[in-house]
Design a protein around this ligand. Structure first.
Ligand code: ADP
Ligand code: MG
Length: 260
């Protein structure tokens, strides 16, 4: 099926240590899923494994995008098929504007793109038009695009760049890993507003977060709890509310993962 990511009994190891111990999850376009869980439960490992980071070794199971296993594909090929993971910022690219950087990124994904209906690379003026549209949707100041990449970006500005890139790439499935440190309330709000504006029938979104408070801003239809490398509970928004109220311990106990 188009716009469908199926994670099948996925086991992932870092070096020789097994981190993910059989994760099953399906994300379809039009859906917003939240993956939550205590620190160290394997949330980022899941994100990296989905994107094909070589350090995160899939030892068994499968990752299927639009009916095709992507296990043998590299990160770029996965991106071309419509998978998005917030990109790793280049250490510093002084002299290169965010706009130019994004155009390269967008065109490298569009070139040879089969997943999103064979889009062609964009000319400079086409790209600028697209970027203006997206920045309007996201209510971003236009001057942001002329800033140099990663040149003194605050946490919030990095998040803005990430959301803008997602908007420009128009992925089928977007995975946003809200890494645990350094995400202040401002950055959280930027991510949440961006996700809410970009969510819709054509994209499936997986928001990975440690923080319950992000769910004050994003309303996922599906909430999953990852603990010790396993999804121990899935539910609807009511699960997020229960987590907000009671934390994670009761779930860990019920799953037999916490000695009381
Ligand atoms: P989360 O994102 O849920 O906090 P992680 O996926 O980052 O969890 O980490 C899960 C486990 O994998 C932790 O025990 C962590 O120490 C280990 N781990 C994560 N990344 C690495 C790495 N690059 N090298 C070695 N161990 C790692
Ligand atoms: Mg993490």
């Amino acid at each position: 099926m188009d716009g469908e990511l199926i994670i099948k009994d996925l086991r992932v190891a870092i070096d020789d240590k097994e981190i993910l111990k059989g994760v099953n999850l399906t994300v379809r376009k039009g859906e917003v899923h939240a993956i939550m869980g205590p620190n160290g439960s394997g949330k980022s490992t899941l994100a990296y494994a989905l994107m094909g980071h070589p350090k995160y070794r899939v030892t068994s199971g499968d990752i299927v995008l639009n009916g095709q296993s992507i296990l043998e594909l590299g990160p770029e090929q996965r991106a071309r098929l419509g998978l998005f993971l917030a990109f790793q910022y280049p250490t510093a690219v002084p002299g290169v504007s965010l706009g130019n950087f994004m155009r390269l990124a967008v065109n490298s994904v569009r070139t040879g793109h089969e997943g999103n209906g064979g889009k062609k690379p964009l000319s400079v003026s086409e790209f600028q038009k697209l970027m203006r549209e997206k920045m309007e949707i996201l209510k971003m100041d236009r001057s942001f695009a002329s800033r140099y990449v990663n040149d003194g970006f605050s946490g919030g500005e990095k998040k803005r760049a990430e959301i803008l890139q997602m908007a420009l790439l128009e992925p089928q499935i977007a995975i946003l890993d809200e890494t645990d440190s350094g995400l202040d309330i401002d950055a959280l709000r930027i991510v949440s507003e961006g996700v809410n504006r970009l969510a819709g029938p054509d994209v499936g979104i997986m928001v990975i977060t440690h923080y319950q408070r992000i769910l004050n801003y994003i309303k996922p239809q599906f909430v999953h709890v990852l603990a010790q490398g396993q999804l121990i509970r899935s539910g609807g928004p009511e699960l997020a509310l229960a987590l907000e109220e009671k934390g994670y311990d009761w779930l860990l106990k019920e799953a037999g993962l916490l000695k009381s």
